[in-house]
Write a protein that binds this ligand. Structure first.
Ligand SMILES: [Zn+2]
Length: 461
């Protein structure tokens, strides 16, 4: 869509705006001019506004595009589902990085394209890839073609690690992060942002962490890393630094509003208070945590983080540990998990979960000024759900239906930056089945080349 083109969506049954008043507009309309929203209101109020194209959204529910704050996008789709369900977390990561480091440019290109197609088709318009993509030049074409909004980086460590991550020198790690930020931040009309991305604090030197934060500050961008306080990690920090991990990170100056910690497991009350005080952001990944047996309902402490005022967005992690990468399924899990632990209802309210997928998710990514709600002046990232489907009916409260009944299958149309990227459930930029077949072939080749294989429990005849 060029700068001057206009698109009007009208007669929406409900528009869930997530604006400051949290208005839900019935018989609503949205006008998009170029890449931005220029009108939001009732269809009747906007009847006089002309547009080059009009979409009839009768019986549709419109939401902001969803944000996924933690998703390794680039390799898993070639080898999805190969890991046995009982693979230990450390063994799992060693295989992940073995396969990932063996990936070639063509493989990364097409697996990224398929993963992004899955994301867009099910309503996720913006996501953070925590630095796992190796061939960013090639993948920039994927981001351009598909129209997604993405945060990229280079995942680095400078300490020995048991998970096959290449150990760089401090200066190599810092210059790799800086080069990536300089080269990619702001590309594609600002749809691409680039952040500093050490893999995790425990495999990074203090100097590397400080340098990553300095880069994020100097370039006015962000920093993300994995943060899982399992008992071994806590013990190591107490032994080495006499502090809990988050206390240590605050002490060395690497927390703050532009820092996003993924998972954030095993935090103490004092550590949660530090995250709130420093406005450090969090992305929780309930589907991955559940599948990997991380005790999310006891160590995840999401209700405590929310109560303390920590800004928490939703993630899924990768297509090969979470397996599912659909933000909506993270919404569902987040809304029900803690009820079970606390033997109560509404522990994480449905509206809070929608905020986590939209405006709070955008804030966790430093993008709430641009996306995360349907308001005049914001970038036009939105999702149209077709509610003429059994799982959406009956329809009285669209928030409850969105979180508890619906999933990505009902996503009809997706718009990012004013461009229609999915229409009538189909991606507009690719032959989907051709792409799927291509990635199937690439996956078979990658497994054969690396010799990675696992027996199945049932005979495949
Ligand atoms: Zn991860």
């Amino acid at each position: 869509m060029n700068e001057k083109s206009t698109l009007k969506i009208e007669h929406a049954r409900f528009i869930i705006t997530v604006d400051p008043q949290r208005r839900i507009i019935t018989d609503g309309a949205i006008v998009i001019t170029g890449d931005r929203i220029t009108e939001v209101g009732k269809t009747a109020e906007l009847a006089h506004v002309p547009a080059e194209r009009i979409i009839d959204a009768s019986e549709m529910v419109i939401t902001p595009g969803f944000c996924n704050g933690h998703l390794h996008v680039s390799y898993a789709h070639a080898v999805r589902g190969i890991f046995p369900d009982n693979l230990d977390a450390n063994d799992y990561l060693a295989y992940v990085f073995k396969l990932q480091s063996a990936m070639e440019e063509e493989e990364e290109y097409y697996t990224s394209l398929l993963a992004i197609t899955e994301l867009l088709k099910y309503g996720t318009t913006c996501f953070l890839d925590p630095g796992s993509t190796k061939y960013l030049d090639a993948c920039l074409d994927v981001y351009e073609k598909s129209g997604c909004r993405i945060i990229v980086g280079s995942q680095v460590v400078d300490q020995p690690n048991p998970i096959n991550l290449p150990q760089l020198t401090l200066s190599e790690a810092v210059s790799r992060m800086e080069d990536t930020i300089q080269k990619y931040d702001g590309r594609l009309n600002g749809r691409v942002r680039a952040w500093a991305m050490p893999f995790s604090a425990e495999y990074s030197s203090t100097e590397l962490l400080k340098s990553a934060k300095r880069l994020a500050d100097e370039h006015q961008t962000g920093m993300t890393m994995h943060q899982v306080n399992n008992p071994g990690v806590i013990e190591a920090y107490l032994q080495n630094f006499g502090q809990l991990p988050i206390e240590y990170l605050e002490d060395i100056g690497v927390l703050g509003p532009n820092v996003l910690l993924s998972h954030s497991f095993g935090l103490s009350d004092s550590e949660i208070a530090i995250l709130a005080r420093t406005d450090t952001k969090v992305a929780v990944c309930p589907s991955a945590s559940l599948k990997m047996g991380m005790s999310v309902t006891t160590k995840g402490r999401l209700p405590e983080m929310l109560a303390a005022g920590v800004c928490v967005g939703l993630g899924t992690d990768a297509g090969n540990n979470s397996n599912l990468i659909e933000t909506m399924r993270s919404m569902y899990l987040t809304s029900v998990l803690y009820n079970d632990t606390q033997q109560a209802t509404g522990v994480v309210p449905t509206e809070t979960v929608v905020e986590m997928a939209t405006i709070q998710g955008a804030r966790a990514l430093g993008l709430d000024g641009e996306i995360g709600s349907l308001e005049v002046g914001k970038r036009a990232d939105l999702v149209l759900f077709d509610t003429r489907r059994p799982e959406w009916r009956t329809l009285h409260n669209p928030i409850n239906n969105l979180v508890f009944n619906a999933d990505g299958r009902s996503v009809h149309t997706v718009i990012v930056d004013g461009r229609i990227v999915v229409e009538d459930h189909k991606p507009m930029y690719i032959d989907e089945w051709e792409l799927i077949q291509k990635v199937q072939g690439l996956g078979e080749g990658l497994l054969a080349r690396t010799g990675v294989e696992f027996p199945t429990r049932w005979p495949v005849v």
